[in-house]
Design a protein around this ligand. Structure first.
Ligand code: SF4
Length: 478
């Protein structure tokens, strides 16, 4: 007799329960998906073909396709081919889909054709969380991450990259030409295969050069001087001219600090986060319904105009200021050593001198005032202050907004720690579900749909963890 745990042999007759229902326990998350999708008004949310056509082959109901996708994204199965395979062998999916198994093309087309509906469905789940009062005490943390696109780095071109490629091809052509010259100078017989190989390489390089030159011309006509060949909307997400970094999309999320739910998200082709603060804050405010919303973001979001426009819509931002001046590194006083005296519209410098407003200038759309004193030349602190003729201080016309913001940051030093604890969780989870790979679809519109499915799956998982399956289903059905 074996000393191992024995199973039941596959040829053994058994009396299995006759209903698939009997295999799916009451606390199975698949029941949340079923209840949530059944509670949606799919026509109102923008799903196509909710009403069957009078003629032709009957289609799958959009609710069934949506359940399949939500299940897939909840279980790290995002590819349409894998979803087709799982529908045929996965007991939970057989239960969820009433044993239907759409083919991969139908599955893929549903995601492609129902972007609006899927995004609305994601918003609908956030509305449910709001109705359950989950955001009432929340602060919102905003963060962005770069997600890879289908586009390989080698198939993305910027002007700097094309220039480097042309230089590299030129160098290779020169090397082969000099090899040919040196072979010509030799007296001995050169094997024909060798010269044939060099000519072949030269022809290939010339062909490559023609292709790169064509891309160089096309780049001139693009607004952002960038071309991606596989997914035209994917962008190199690095500001470094020497490398294209990650080629993909900029994904923004607004996450509530209390339950770590994603209340709003956005996918864009923007390379940086500096223009995202107001946009994401407003989205978060609309989603949570909190009038006096407070948002936290890292220093990558700091832009004076963005701070002002966020404050203007009634939202309080917490964003550390980016220190761009090199004065402190050079051992000189920096901007913080100069105190603005509002009643006189002057600055007070470390020597106690007053710096009156002297001129105004513009930086982009921003009106800036410049202040300096005429006494700097005779000041004993000048070596610690400036290497120029006098120290000049620049102030934005709405500088007061920034000063209040800076004070708020000083009074709330724990905000950045709270941000870090909040936003890293959702991105880490979603990227791990994606398998640290790229989006499955191409083009911004489709990638945004995919991200909505990820966010919906993430939020459903969080809610199951917070409430449990049965109470969540009761809340959905209420
Ligand atoms: S150099 Fe000018 S601005 Fe600087 S401390 Fe002296 S007086 Fe003030």
């Amino acid at each position: 007799m074996s000393r191992f745990i024995e199973g039941i042999h596959r040829t053994q007759f058994t009396l299995f329960p006759e209903r698939i229902e009997d295999y799916i326990t009451e606390d199975n998350p698949v029941k949340v998906i079923d209840a949530f999708v059944d509670a949606l008004d799919l026509a109102e949310l923008g799903f196509s073909s909710v009403h069957p056509r009078a003629t032709g082959r009957p289609a799958y109901h959009p609710a069934l396709m949506l359940k399949l996708y939500v299940y897939g994204y909840l279980n790290k199965i995002q590819s349409s081919r894998r979803l087709e395979r799982e529908s045929n062998r996965n007991l939970e999916l057989m239960w969820l889909l009433n044993r239907l198994a759409p083919d991969f093309k139908t599955i893929a087309d549903f995601r492609k054709d129902n972007g609006i509906g899927i995004k609305s469905c994601c918003r609908q789940f956030v509305m449910l969380c709001k109705q359950l009062n989950l955001f009432s005490d929340s602060l919102i943390a905003i963060d962005g991450s770069r997600f890879s696109a289908v586009n390989n780095r080698d198939r993305n071109f910027t002007q700097a990259k094309v220039k480097r490629r042309i230089e590299a091809i030129d160098k290779s052509i020169d090397r082969y030409l000099s090899q040919l010259e040196s072979l010509d100078r030799q007296d001995r017989m050169i094997p024909q295969t060798k010269t044939r190989h060099i000519h072949k390489q030269l022809a290939a390089l010339k062909q490559q050069m023609a292709e790169v030159k064509a891309i160089e011309e096309a780049l001139e006509l693009t607004p952002d001087k960038q071309i991606s060949l596989t997914d035209p909307d994917a962008r190199a997400m690095s500001t470094n001219a020497r490398s294209s970094g990650n080629v993909g999309y900029n994904v923004q999320t607004a996450v509530d600090t209390q339950h770590h739910l994603i209340v709003a998200h956005d996918v864009s082709m923007a390379m940086g986060d500096r223009r995202m603060l107001t946009k994401m804050s407003v989205k978060a405010q609309e989603a949570t319904g909190i009038d006096e919303l407070e948002v936290i973001a890292d220093r990558g979001y700091f832009a004076m105009e963005e701070i002002k426009s966020t404050v203007d819509v009634g939202i309080t931002p917490y964003v550390p200021k980016t220190v761009t001046s090199s004065n402190r590194k050079m051992g000189l006083y920096d901007r913080r050593d100069f105190i603005y005296v509002e009643v006189d519209d002057e600055y007070k410098c470390p020597a106690g001198e007053r710096l009156p407003r002297q001129t105004k200038t513009t930086q982009g759309n921003m009106l800036m005032y410049r202040y300096w004193s005429k006494n700097c030349g005779s000041c004993s602190l000048k070596p610690n202050c400036t290497i120029g003729k006098e120290r000049r201080v620049t102030r934005w016309e709405h500088g007061k907004v920034i000063e209040i913001h800076e004070r708020r940051m000083e009074e709330n030093p724990t905000m950045m720690q709270l941000r870090k604890q909040t936003v890293e969780h959702p991105f880490g989870t979603i990227k791990s579900w994606m398998g640290m790979t790229h989006f499955k679809t191409k083009r911004l519109k489709n990638v945004a749909t995919e991200m909505s499915l990820h966010v919906l799956a993430y939020n459903i998982t969080r809610m199951i963890n917070i409430m449990g399956v049965k109470p969540l289903i009761r809340a959905i059905e209420a």
